[in-house]
Design a protein around this ligand. Sequence first.
Ligand code: AMP
Length: 461
Amino acid sequence: MAQWSQGVLSLNFEEMDLNPRVLAGVKASGYTKPTPIQEQAIPVALKGRDVLALSQTGTGKTAGFMLPILQRLITGSLGSARALIVAPTRELAEQIRQSAADLGKNTKIRSVAIYGGVSKGPQVKALNRGAEIVVGCPGRLLDHVSDGSIDLSRVEVLVLDEADTMCDMGFLPDIRRILAHLPKQRQTLFFAATMPDEIRVLSNDILDDPTTVQIGIIAPANTVSHALYPVTDALKKRLLLHMLQQTATGRVLIFTRTKYRARVLARDLEKAKYRVAALQSNLSQNRRLQAITGFRDGKYDILVATDLASRGIHVSEISHVINFDMPNTVDAYIHRIGRTGRVERSGEAFTFALPEDEVLVRKIEAVLGARIERRCLPNFDYGNFTPDVWDSRDHPKPQRKDPRHRDDEQAWTTAHRRQRTSARPSSKSTQSRPDTQRNPNNPRRRRFRGRSPASAVNPDR
Ligand code: AMP
C-alpha cells in the first residue's frame, strides 16, 4: 500500500477534538487516519482561520474542508445557508454534497447541490427547507441569487474548491459576483492544485491572513504510475482494444479530445462487447449522472470521457486512466490522471502519444520530476510505425532480447512490482519493459471483459 510522502502521520481524527457526531461520520466513511492535507488543514480550519490549500486532486481535500464545516454548523442555529462551497462542475458539486451527507449523517445538517442543466424547482425547495450547506456551480448559484431564492447573507464559511479549474473555465467574474453577496466577516478556505497568476491575485484579495498548507509538489498523486505508448492516430483504436484485452484492469476511464471522439469510441467499445458509457457535455444532466453512477456502481467497466469529466469524477476504484488523446495542458494531464490512484489506492495512467505530443510530454515530465516510461504493447502489429520507446539522449539502446526469455521476464516483473509498491511516478528507466501481460504466469495477466470489476481490480492486492 502506498505511503504518504510526508512520512509518519502523527495526528488521529480522535485527537482533532471533533464533535462525537462528526467523528461518527468519519468512522462510518471508513477513514481510519487523516490524509496529509487533512492533517494539516483541519486543525487550522477548526480554529476559524482562513486556509490556502495547495493540494492535488485525490488527496482527501473534501473531508479536509467538510469536517471543520460540520463541526462549526453543529452548534448554532439551523435553517439557513451557513456554508457555501463553490465548485467548477456539476459532478464535483454532487460529490461534495454526498460527502456532506456521508460525513454529516449523524448530524441534523442538511445540504443541497445547485447546478445548471436541471430544473431549479427541487433546488429551490431544498433551499426553502433550510439547507445549511450549499454546494454550487457559479452560474446557477448566481441565477438563484438574482431570483432571490437563496440568501447568502448568513454564510459563515466559504470554500472555493478547485479554484484553478474554475479560473480555467472562465468562472472568475462569476466568483467575484458571488463574493459581493457574502458577508465580509467569514472564514474562507481556498483549494487549488495549481496557482496561476489570476488565482494568486484572487486568493490575496479574499483571504485574511491565511495559513498555507501544501502537500508535496504540485504533481499528480504519487500513487499513480505512468507510461507512454507512442502510436499513430490511425492505430490508436486497435491499440486500445489490444491493451484492454491483455491488461488486468478494473474500472477504466478513457479520455478523448472531443465529444465526437468520445461518442464514437464508446460505440466501438460497445460493439466489442465492453460494458461502456460515454460522458460528454452534450448529454443531458440525467444521462451524465446515469453514466457516472453506472460507472461507480459497476454497471460499466469503462467510461469514455472528455476533459469535462476529469474535473468531477470521484470513483474510488479507477484502476486505469487511459489518455486515448493527449490532453492540451500539463494541468489537464494532472487532473485526468488524478482520477486514479486516489488516496491510498494505486493506479496506472497510460497515454497514447503521437510524435507531435513530445513537447507537452517534456513539460509533464518536468512537473513529475521523472521521465515517463515509453512502452510498446507486446504482440501488437504496429505495421510500418516504429514506436520510439528509447530516449537515445538519456539511455543507450539496450540489446534486444527474446521477450520470452525467462531472466528478462523475472527482472522486469520484479522491477514492475517494485515500481508499483513504491508507487512513484515512472522511474528513470534504462530499458523499455514489456507489459504485465507478457509473462504468461503473471497473475495480472487476465482479461476483464465480462468479469466483475471488483475482482478485476489489482488481483495482487
Ligand atoms: P478527495 O480528494 O476529497 O476527492 O478524496 C478522494 C477520495 O479519498 C474519496 O473517495 C474519499 O472518500 C477518500 N478519502 C478522503 N479522506 C480519506 C481518509 N482519511 N482515508 C481514506 N480515504 C479517504
